[in-house]
Design a protein around this ligand. Structure first.
Ligand code: SF4
Ligand code: SF4
Ligand code: SF4
Length: 161
């Protein structure tokens, strides 16, 4: 394999990782998604928090910059295709991750994400010589995304685990 081919495969791998690391829709069968989704837009219409938007060639996807997922299951119920798992299954294996652009990591006091987290998955740990640092309890985080849009530096991403 030539150097150029290696570079291309590596780039494709990285691109694919970037896309699949973020959840598409809760309970969706991701492997069959692009084959079965007709882009009818029923899930977009039904989402009460209006976080589902067309992206990636018209396929619907949650956008946590618009709000949070309440796990109401209405997107799954509205979908006419056999695309969603039963509600008894986990909605997704996605968790919040705090990047280095977090204000607290720059020694600026901020607790917005903690205030928005209903399951109290984000706590702030006092630290010597800096402000309290956010910590996410991965067992409590549901990946709801409520912390994403409130972060002033867009430091939080919801990432597949
Ligand atoms: S489960 Fe409810 S809140 Fe979450 S994306 Fe689907 S319709 Fe929207
Ligand atoms: S809201 Fe954002 S900047 Fe503020 S503590 Fe949380 S991650 Fe850091
Ligand atoms: S994704 Fe939801 S549960 Fe997880 S830390 Fe953010 S607000 Fe809390």
């Amino acid at each position: 394999m030539s150097h150029a081919q290696v570079n291309l495969s590596r780039r494709q791998l990285l691109t694919r990782r970037k896309v699949t690391d973020r959840p598409m829709l809760p309970w969706v069968k991701e492997a069959q998604f692009t084959d079965l989704c007709t882009q009818c837009g029923e899930c977009v219409k039904q989402c009460p928090t209006q976080i589902i938007r067309p992206s990636d060639g018209g396929f619907p996807r949650v956008d946590f910059q618009l709000g949070e997922c309440t796990f109401c299951y209405q997107c799954a119920q509205a979908c006419p295709e056999p695309l969603f798992l039963p509600k008894t299954q986990p909605a997704w294996q996605a968790k919040a991750v705090i990047e280095d652009s977090c204000l607290a990591k720059q020694k600026v006091d901020c607790r917005s994400c903690g205030d928005s987290c209903e399951p109290f998955a984000i706590s702030f740990k006092l630290a010597v010589g800096t402000v309290a640092q956010p910590q996410i309890d991965m067992n409590s985080c549901t990946g709801c995304g409520a912390c994403v849009s409130v972060c002033p530096t867009s430091a939080i991403t919801i990432t597949a685990t």
